[in-house]
Design a protein around this ligand. Structure first.
Ligand code: SF4
Length: 186
């Protein structure tokens, strides 16, 4: 017998729960969160969201393909883990970027999952040169806010030269990403 969660359903584990760290529940919660993220991403694409970056096409393809997983009933933890490794579901929203993970081409060190053989990206250590990066309009909004903050810092006349140079470099890099995103908007 399964437990309903919105349009999804997953089985009630015999013992434990999310709060107590019961591993089964963690896998199911992660699965549901992943599907919710993808459903939102699908909706934004339908509404005309623009996506840029080297993995933009793969992002669009995976988000479209993910619709077929909605409503899937999971009966075991193994099934949840297996589905979480499905290549079509490897999309991880980060801060100002979205990782469309292809493990073989990842520029960061992937993190091993203690509960399964899954490997997930280190979003906090994302490398700007990675070919798995896609940028949605939502990511660009995040970068714009960051650019505004950086602009204030760069204009600080009291900033030490080294810090000023570092911040100026980062500011230029982010501005280029934003410009590139806008220039390729259909
Ligand atoms: S470097 Fe960034 S985009 Fe590349 S795999 Fe790691 S987190 Fe994903």
């Amino acid at each position: 017998m399964g437990r309903a969660f919105g349009q999804f359903q997953y089985p009630t584990p015999p013992l434990g729960n999310y709060a107590s760290g019961f591993p089964d529940d963690l896998a199911f919660e992660e699965w549901l969160a992943r599907l919710e993220d993808l459903a939102e991403a699908h909706e934004r694409l339908q509404d005309g969201e623009h996506v840029s970056g080297p993995a933009a096409d793969t992002y669009r393809h995976r988000v479209a393909a993910s619709a077929k997983f909605a409503g899937r009933v999971l009966r075991t933890t193994r099934e949840a883990h297996t589905l979480l490794t499905n290549p079509e579901l490897q999309i991880f929203p980060g801060k100002g970027m979205t990782c469309v993970l292809d493990q073989a081409r990842a520029a960061c060190r992937l993190r091993a999952d203690e509960r399964s053989n899954r490997r997930t990206p280190e979003l906090d250590d994302c490398k700007p040169s990675c070919v798995n990066i896609a940028r949605t309009d939502r990511d660009i909004e995040f970068l714009r806010a960051h650019v505004n903050n950086l602009q204030d810092l760069v204009e600080d006349p009291l900033a030490p030269p080294m810090r000023h140079a570092r911040e100026q470099h980062e500011l230029t890099r982010l501005q280029r990403i934003i410009t590139n995103h806008q220039e390729h908007r259909p």
